[in-house]
Design a protein around this ligand. Structure first.
Ligand SMILES: *[C@@H]1O[C@H](CO)[C@@H](O)[C@H](O)[C@H]1NC(C)=O
Ligand SMILES: *[C@@H]1O[C@H](CO)[C@@H](O)[C@H](O)[C@H]1NC(C)=O
Ligand SMILES: *[C@@H]1O[C@H](CO)[C@@H](O)[C@H](O)[C@H]1NC(C)=O
Ligand SMILES: *[C@@H]1O[C@H](CO)[C@@H](O)[C@H](O)[C@H]1NC(C)=O
Ligand SMILES: *[C@@H]1O[C@H](CO)[C@@H](O)[C@H](O)[C@H]1NC(C)=O
Ligand SMILES: *[C@@H]1O[C@H](CO)[C@@H](O)[C@H](O)[C@H]1NC(C)=O
Ligand SMILES: *[C@@H]1O[C@H](CO)[C@@H](O)[C@H](O)[C@H]1NC(C)=O
Ligand SMILES: *[C@@H]1O[C@H](CO)[C@@H](O)[C@H](O)[C@H]1NC(C)=O
Ligand SMILES: *[C@@H]1O[C@H](CO)[C@@H](O)[C@H](O)[C@H]1NC(C)=O
Ligand SMILES: *[C@@H]1O[C@H](CO)[C@@H](O)[C@H](O)[C@H]1NC(C)=O
Length: 617
């Protein structure tokens, strides 16, 4: 009943005045958010990372996957491990054998991946190179209604998967090792991944976890809230569909728009701080590390937040600035830093209340920022086989761009951060928002009743829990020596991170012009720019659909949205093989892309320009 009503919305909402009606329909039939329990197992080879168990196929084959990423879930076929010795983790996490299932579906229109980078697949595991096929399956997942609820099995049909038959990760020195564990996709901007199966109809729809639960009427929206936690530091993972755990969102929650297969945000600075007590460094805090010795990174650098990637990928100059204070040694073979575990400072730093602070633009507002602190205790991760023979403590910092060509904050960062996405805030196939906030440490109440994300929610509200308190008793507070010498050189600030991230949102105090006026100008500016870009984009799409090129500036203006939207995933949406699509000559393309952010309807000036206002919360 509910899904049917909800799905009518897209066709009904041809003008913006119908939007409230759409929301009302959804609210009237609202279900509770559902919690997805984590598996008791965790996996490397660069973690440990916590996983979720899913059953795939008929009869059901149990596979552990790392939650996160968009579009298809990446699942390993047994053939990835022809050399069983190279697959210590894959053997434990499990495989999906398509030939042993009676419900496997494949369609030719999806194309496949042969000997190429997975970056072009739009989601999943972008650092892999190899072979994979799109397959659709019956899948089963345990979901739980709230803290007290009993886990129940929910079935999904045509669950959208990229089944990997052979794929390698490549180390910077060129050596390779086979993929060890797959990923559980948490949705995408489209409700379904839809292919033209028997042109023009019927279309074939691959389904995703949040959208399918929403379509089944089991959750209130096509959204999720995730904190992957830390197995080593005993922070259980938290995944809710249609909602989020407020105990995992501490302080200000930033809301911003996603692009087709990435979650971008502006990184303003990186610092080092100590939350309480004495400092294990010869300074109490350090700021300015992001752009230290490289002013091109100032005043901000756009980064992607990517759960499917393990490391924190930053420029060499930034990595140099950070690691000069840490007892680590760069290992060129791995493109990573190993902790000098024999150095007396290693133990002191990693067990102390010291952290790396990441300051981001808040709500895409040029005047606002917020900070996420990542305790160095969480950056004491372990490399294991098949990457390295002897388990080795490493700092998950890689001085390079991620596979997308952008700097990336991956899983290592997300141990300390909450992310969520509301895929469609306007209707079943409209654009949505994504969320980022400080996540807690081990000393907090887990398993809280989830808070609903409504279909129209462009923002969510965090809790007032003190981040510092969630690490009390876990880290070792160092005595204050009474010396407090500073590193001497760059700007030293007092308590840069801890207080900012835990306190309630504050508006910046500006002199000369009221902050309200500044906010108004900023919002107006953003709205104007967004409106122009989207309108230009709409014109462009329309002119393309009409088969002619629009002269003049609009095409130049839309350069950025096109770049963002136009990478590998564009091809994917077309439902053709990634290679063919590189040519981009299919005349039907604009028509084929159904229910996406590109729909002219979504670009209606009546709705879009207002979004930044909502975002400003
Ligand atoms: C993966 O690496 C192995 C060992 O280097 C190599 O034999 C194999 O061809 C690679 N597979 C792919 C798909 O690149
Ligand atoms: C889910 O699918 C399994 C077969 O894979 C079936 O036995 C079970 O009855 C289904 N459950 C529901 C609720 O449909
Ligand atoms: C797939 O979804 C589209 C709507 O996006 C619908 O028109 C079509 O009938 C669906 N296909 C199937 C096989 O249900
Ligand atoms: C999604 O796919 C399912 C299954 O094909 C279909 O019934 C449904 O109409 C599709 N929903 C949307 C919004 O496209
Ligand atoms: C400085 O930053 C730019 C990106 O803005 C990057 O391409 C370059 O590699 C950095 N330089 C160093 C030495 O890291
Ligand atoms: C670093 O991590 C390893 C593996 O989890 C752990 O055994 C060790 O105690 C940690 N070191 C410190 C100083 O906490
Ligand atoms: C303070 O620093 C000086 C040198 O910088 C050192 O000699 C002294 O022992 C330090 N005092 C304490 C209490 O750490
Ligand atoms: C040293 O710094 C701490 C804050 O980190 C401060 O509370 C303490 O008063 C300082 N001590 C001296 C002697 O400056
Ligand atoms: C602080 O420590 C760093 C190494 O950690 C050292 O290079 C630097 O000279 C020290 N500064 C002072 C003022 O002691
Ligand atoms: C963050 O905002 C505060 C308050 O407006 C400001 O003092 C600080 O410089 C900002 N930090 C960065 C890195 O922009």
């Amino acid at each position: 009943m509910f899904p049917r009503s909800a799905m009518h919305c897209p066709s009904l909402v041809t003008t913006s005045f119908l939007l409230p009606f759409c929301s009302l329909v959804s609210i009237a039939f609202a279900a509770d958010p559902q919690t997805i329990p984590f598996s008791s197992k965790s996996y490397g080879p660069d973690g440990p990372w916590q996983a979720i168990t899913i059953g795939v196929g008929t009869p059901s084959q149990s596979v552990d996957l790392l939650p996160g990423g968009s579009w298809s879930s990446d699942v390993l076929a047994p053939s990835v491990c022809v050399d069983a010795a190279a697959c210590p983790i894959a053997k434990l996490a499990g495989f999906y054998d398509a030939s042993a299932s009676s419900t496997n579906v494949q369609i030719g229109q999806t194309g496949n991946i042969r000997g190429s980078s997975f970056e072009s697949t739009g989601g999943g595991l972008p650092s892999l190179t190899g072979n994979a096929d799109y397959m659709f399956e019956t899948a089963t997942l345990k979901v739980q209604n709230g803290v007290a609820g009993q886990p129940v099995d929910v079935n999904f049909s045509d669950f959208d998967m990229l089944v990997i038959s052979e794929a390698n990760e490549t180390l910077p020195d060129g050596t390779t090792y086979p993929v060890q564990i797959g990923s559980l996709s948490l949705g995408c901007p489209q409700f379904n991944q839809s292919w033209t199966h028997f042109p023009p109809n019927p279309r074939f729809n691959g389904t995703f976890l949040p959208a399918d639960l929403f379509a089944q009427g089991r959750v209130p929206s096509n959204s999720y809230g995730l904190h992957i936690g830390s197995a080593a530091m005993k922070i259980p993972g938290s995944l809710n569909i249609g909602g989020f755990d407020q105990g995992r969102t501490l302080g200000q929650v930033s809301s911003q728009v996603y692009v087709i297969n990435h979650l971008p945000i502006d990184l303003l600075d990186i610092g080092i701080g100590v939350a309480e007590g004495g400092s294990p460094f010869n300074f109490t805090s350090k700021a300015g590390l992001l752009a230290a010795g490289n002013s091109t990174l100032s005043p901000s650098t756009s980064v992607f937040i990517e759960t499917p990637l393990p490391y924190i990928y930053l420029p060499q100059s930034t990595c140099d600035a950070i690691t000069q204070y840490l007892p680590v040694t760069y290992q060129a073979k791995y493109g990573l830093y190993f902790w000098d575990t024999d150095d007396a400072n290693y133990q002191r730093i990693v067990s102390s209340p010291s952290f790396l602070s990441f300051t981001f633009r808040l709500n895409s507002d040029i005047n606002l920022n917020f900070t996420i602190n990542v305790p160095l205790a969480l950056l004491n991760l372990t490399l294991t086989a098949p990457i390295i023979d002897t388990p080795t403590q490493y700092l998950p910092l890689r001085p390079a761009e991620g596979p997308s060509g952008k700097y990336v904050l991956g899983r290592a960062f997300l141990q300390a951060a909450f992310i969520g996405v509301n895929w469609q805030t306007a209707s079943n196939d409209g654009p949505g928002a994504w969320f980022l906030a400080q996540a807690p440490g081990p000393n907090t109440q887990f398993q809280n009743q989830a808070t609903t994300i409504q279909p129209s929610d462009g923002t969510i509200v965090g809790s007032a829990i003190s981040w510092k308190d969630t690490w009390k008793g876990v880290w070792t507070v160092l005595p204050e020596t009474g010396n407090n010498s500073t590193g001497g050189d760059t700007a030293t600030t007092t308590t840069s991170g801890s207080s900012t991230s835990t306190s309630a949102p504050k508006s910046p105090v500006k002199k000369g012009i009221s902050s309200g006026a500044i906010a108004g100008i900023a919002i107006g500016g953003v709205a104007l720019i967004s409106g122009c870009l989207l309108w230009a984009f709409f014109l462009y799409r329309r002119s393309r659909a009409a088969g002619k090129s629009e002269p003049g500036s609009p095409e130049r203006i839309i350069q950025n949205p096109l770049t963002d939207f136009g990478d590998g995933s564009m091809r994917k949406m077309d439902g053709y093989g990634p290679r063919e699509l590189g040519t981009g000559h299919e005349p039907q393309r604009p028509v084929e892309i159904s229910g996406t952010v590109y729909k002219p309807r979504e670009l209606d000036a009546g709705y879009i320009p207002q979004r930044p206002v909502e975002m400003a919360g």
